[in-house]
Design a protein around this ligand. Sequence first.
Ligand SMILES: [Zn+2]
Length: 322
Amino acid sequence: MKRSVDEKFENLDDQEPEAKKSKENGESGKFGPEMRIIPIIDKNLLQGTVTLTKCYVIAVQNRKITGELLSFPTKTKELSPMVPPENLENSRILPEIPSELHHLRRVDNKSSRILLHPEEKAKDDPELWSKLKNLGVQKEHVELIDIPAVRPLTRLQFDWAKEKWATSYPRNPELEATINGALFSDQEKGQIRKWSDRVEQKGCIIVQNDTAIASSSSQPDVILGHSAIETVQELAKMEREDGSYLATDCDVFVDKEPCGMCAMALVHARAKRVFFNKPSKNGVLKEGPWQLHLEPSLNHHYAVFHLDKTENGNFEEKFVCC
Ligand SMILES: [Zn+2]
């Protein structure tokens, strides 16, 4: 039988103590201790640099020579329609840019240099050197320099990398906003604060469009009765009105950082974002040797945020278990 989401959860407000309700009705100043929303992202994204690799480049000022070097085969004559567009950058004379370096431009206009090949490839290619020599390229025109080995993923990395060599970068406004602390509006911060406070009593609340659609506390008498598992099971019993799969497009608020089992259950439920209040001893999301939500082999990834309400950012997680 279909259970109405509204019927079951419409009045979570009514379950809250009066004192707590009054705290939630205003601007951030009325919430009590400040809350920091800390995104837990791959720490490589916070680096301002990317790894470098050595490549041979050609620095030649002679326009005739550069013109010859950059003479590309025409698509119709020499490339099949199956050749990806980036390969159109491949010169008739110069070796193909290897796929792992496809983020690099063939020409770095800023320094007027042309990418030849990575250090380890085509090092002693007599045919290539013979062609270059015939064009008038001298040994002194060739330099071995450091260039970005991987595609920059953030604006900061891009600004650094392009000083080394012209490179492409996939703009990701959401990632930039996450890094710059500008992801949430004041209204969203207020909503996050509200659910963070509520989940202190509940254990786990699944929220869609600022409305709770499932919630549960942990069940100590039930084997594996952790609050997130209980809540996902609760959600599975319900028929979502929009036909969405479990927690698609939903935020999950948990008081304690989920353990491996709970974190995986939230992957299966297709949660969009997971917010936790307290780091836990057996948690798998906080910064550490392995973080479940950053595991590349998973087929779904949610964003994770730690809602820190401590004064100094230090929390004794050794006493808390999911
Ligand atoms: Zn758990």
